[in-house]
Design a protein around this ligand. Structure first.
Ligand code: BG6
Length: 294
């Protein structure tokens, strides 16, 4: 655990040299590097690493609200809070069938102030793991420790680093319905081709398959996103005009990033008292020679 700008961060390292850095501010993953030391996540050069707001980049936990779907600040408060190491087992090395993993366990419980704006007692346990091969995975467990049911939406808001957005395509979302945030959540159907980018995109692809690929032509790797318990995928790139309105984002940086978020947005998740929900995400950066387009 290292102290960074007043907030502790945990660095996970795989035996082959991959690494991930997890901040207690927001439970946010602020860096993920492969075994060649290449950074796989986007972080803005204008990012502000000071609480309370989440820094622009990495992987943010959006809970208990995604976007402005409710009365809370955008994407909920979890990404802005200081989380704690989970005392039960803060750091874990575990061996399983697919090899060894190193993990950190974090927990977030609501503060008095959080309960004033969202009056529901919860425990959010987050396990972030790095595998021997450098795959980054997340397991979120959210438990209702309240006397009444509550509902929430959720996303792993994931800023992938790409070489040139005009060369990137996403496979796995073609033919799906999506809600377009640029036209007040109007519903459209994707026309069957892989998704490419030539203007601002802000969409929630609903009821998507559990595996989605982001193919980056110039870079030597592409991303495979595997999810469980999260029916939707949010795709966002602000493009030129919107970039200029964001203080913590460079005017040209939209070319080097793409957000592809495993999420539960269209339908809220409801937990009865004592119930727990689990949502998993696994990210792999694969060499392009292994990709389907070769
Ligand atoms: C995306 C949303 O996930 O996050 C966009 O779909 C939003 O609508 C973007 O603009 C960034 O949000 P924020 O609050 O981090 O600036």
């Amino acid at each position: 655990v290292r102290d960074w700008n007043g907030v502790a961060q945990v660095v996970l390292r795989s035996p082959r040299g991959a690494s991930a850095r997890v901040s207690l501010h927001g439970g946010q993953v602020v860096s993920w590097r492969n075994d060649r030391g290449e950074e796989l996540l986007f972080t803005s050069s204008k990012a502000i690493f000071k609480p309370p707001n989440a820094m622009r980049g990495g992987i943010q936990m959006c809970f208990p609200q995604f976007g402005y779907s409710g009365t809370l600040e955008r994407h909920g408060f979890a990404r802005n809070r200081i989380w704690a190491l989970d005392d039960e087992h803060p750091l874990v090395n575990h061996n399983n069938d697919s090899g060894s993993k190193v993990s950190v366990d974090l927990i977030l419980k609501p503060s008095e102030d959080d309960l004033k704006c969202w009056p529901h007692c919860f425990e959010f346990r987050l396990r972030v793991s790095l595998s021997k091969d450098g795959d980054l995975s997340f397991m979120s467990r959210i438990r209702n420790v309240n006397g009444k049911p509550f509902s929430f939406s959720f996303a792993y808001h994931t800023y992938l680093s790409v070489s040139d957005i005009s060369e990137v395509r996403i496979e796995g979302l073609e033919t799906l319905d999506y809600l377009d945030n640029l036209t007040h959540k109007e519903r459209f159907t994707e026309q069957g081709d892989a998704i490419t980018f030539e203007s601002e995109v802000d969409r929630v692809y609903v009821s998507s398959p559990n595996v989605v690929a982001v193919l980056d032509h110039e870079k030597k790797h592409s991303f495979v996103i595997r999810k469980e318990g999260l029916p939707d995928v949010v795709v966002w790139n602000p493009w030129e005009k919107k970039s200029k309105t964001m203080v913590d984002f460079g005017d040209e940086e939209y070319k080097q990033m793409l957000c592809v978020d495993a999420a539960a947005v269209e339908r809220a998740i409801t937990l009865k008292p004592g119930e727990e929900w689990t949502g998993k995400l696994e990210l792999s950066a694969v060499s392009s020679t292994n990709c389907s387009d070769q």
